[in-house]
Design a protein. Structure first.
Length: 167
């Protein structure tokens, strides 16, 4: 649970794995993610907006159970305000790749990012994968600094490819 005490009112968000009934709210968060940071994700806002709700619902149902892939959200009760996913790395049995990390701008700096990553890490460890890896679009220095504060180490600069880091 993240508590943001820097705002006028104390806000709390529960970090949890997605549930099938989250599909509509996850779609809204995905569209927000793509509008806010269009270069950070692998699809465009137009592509995501055109996808039928049934596809979102199927994806959320799939990632709500199992050990191959999972999505975690920050839920203050209402609109979702954060997301992080994890998936098994091909050919590396002890590694989880973290993907689609996002925190709504008004919640940035609240500790939510660390809580989301910790939840992915706990799930990964429970699945027998003690190592985490993520990629950051080159030039997203703010994200690189945030991940370094969370203990990620690795190659944070270069040209033509994302920066990689492991924890």
């Amino acid at each position: 649970m993240t508590t943001d005490t820097d705002s006028a009112a104390v806000r709390q968000a529960k970090i949890r794995r997605v549930r099938p009934e989250d599909a509509g709210r996850m779609r809204a968060l995905r569209l927000e993610m793509l509008a806010d940071a269009p270069l950070a994700f692998l699809e465009t806002l137009a592509e995501a907006a055109a996808r039928p709700h049934a596809e979102y619902a199927a994806r959320i149902a799939y990632t709500s159970i199992g050990s191959d892939t999972a999505q975690f959200v920050a839920d203050p009760g209402g609109r979702l305000v954060g997301h992080a996913g994890g998936t098994v790395a091909p050919r590396e049995a002890d590694l989880t790749v973290i993907y689609a990390v996002y925190v709504t701008p008004t919640w940035r700096g609240s500790g939510l990012l660390g809580d989301l990553i910790d939840e992915v890490a706990a799930w990964s460890l429970a699945c027998g994968r003690p190592e985490l890896m993520l990629e950051v679009v080159v030039g997203n220095d703010r994200a690189c600094r945030a991940y370094q504060r969370l203990g990620f180490k690795g190659r944070w600069s270069g040209t033509g490819s994302p920066a990689c880091s492991r924890r």
